[in-house]
Design a binder for this molecule. Structure first.
Ligand SMILES: C[S@@+](CC[C@H](N)C(=O)[O-])C[C@H]1O[C@@H](n2cnc3c(N)ncnc32)[C@H](O)[C@@H]1O
Length: 267
């Protein structure tokens, strides 16, 4: 297929996938699992205004006014926005990283599940890292970023925010995962390198670092046809009991005693 046609199809894919999601998705009335119903009503759809949201908005605003430049080392599936590698922080924050909505959702998930050990693959400017750490101050967040300049910039920002327990590791995901020993994580957020092969490889390695109550969050599961395929394969994994498709994220649980069930939910 001609490359411009393939590119055009790739750009249209998320729109097509969203249409399919709207047809398949349900709201709380169609959910019979008590665990998923509680998660949906108490966390995912919680519209309360928590005071930490102000801190998250202030952090974003600081980044939006940050005129410094960062030399980006590109990883993974690449950017559909930027062509040059020298980028200004205030521009980066407009196009990449957790949206305010997703940041708040991360905060609520961390606040609800109270993870003592959180792992994030893909730090970028730390919007997700800050949300995960603020959501559960008693836990630690380890966030891995392959671009050294981004890792340095964000590590500094975490200290400025007083989030000393958020550790930014400048490393490739692949090398970091190879070096992991027996440790288990309570919450894992995978937000980088959105290719089918990489996503499945991270999932297959990381499920060995989960326990029965761990939660895994995969970002942009319908960014491309191959990401949707990766998501479909993860749901089918025998170790997964509950999987939830929120369109922009896929949530995975390994809870025993749950009937294996897949949910497509509108929040
Ligand atoms: C979408 S951004 C992460 C956004 C961030 N989680 C947030 O909530 O704002 C993805 C990041 O992952 C990094 N990345 C992608 N593939 C990687 C890899 N294989 N190893 C290390 N870092 C990688 C990129 O450099 C980029 O900064």
């Amino acid at each position: 297929m001609k490359s411009w046609l393939r590119d055009f199809k790739d750009r249209l894919y998320p729109i097509w996938a969203f249409g399919r999601f709207i047809i398949r998705s349900r709201n709380k009335h169609g959910v019979h699992s008590p665990f998923v119903y509680d998660l949906l009503t108490q966390v995912l759809s919680d519209t309360s205004k928590y005071s930490d949201y102000v801190l998250l908005d202030q952090f974003r605003s600081t980044l939006r006014h940050d005129t410094s430049f960062i030399e980006i080392t590109d990883f993974g599936a690449g950017s559909r926005i930027f062509k040059s590698n020298r980028r200004q922080v205030k521009q980066l924050v407009r196009h990449v990283g957790a949206t305010p909505y997703r940041q708040k959702l991360l905060w609520r998930l961390a606040n609800h599940f109270e993870p003592i050990k959180t792992l994030e693959l893909g730090t970028h400017l730390g919007l997700g890292t800050a949300a995960l750490q603020l959501g559960c101050l008693k836990g630690t967040v380890t966030s891995v970023e392959g671009c050294p300049a981004l890792a340095k910039h964000t590590a500094h920002n975490m200290l400025t925010l007083g989030l000393e327990k958020a550790r930014i590791i400048p490393n490739r995901f692949e090398d970091f995962l190879k070096g992991l020993e027996q440790e288990k994580f309570d919450l894992i957020y995978v937000d980088g390198n959105h290719t089918q092969e990489a996503t499945l490889s991270y999932f297959n390695q990381l499920k060995n670092h989960c326990h029965q109550k761990s939660i895994m969050i995969f970002d942009d599961i319908h960014w491309s046809a191959e990401m949707s395929q990766a998501w479909a394969l993860m749901q089918k994994d025998p170790s997964v009991t509950v999987s939830i498709d929120l369109f922009f994220w896929g949530l995975i649980f390994f809870r025993p005693g749950q009937v294996k069930e897949h949910f497509v939910l509108r929040v």
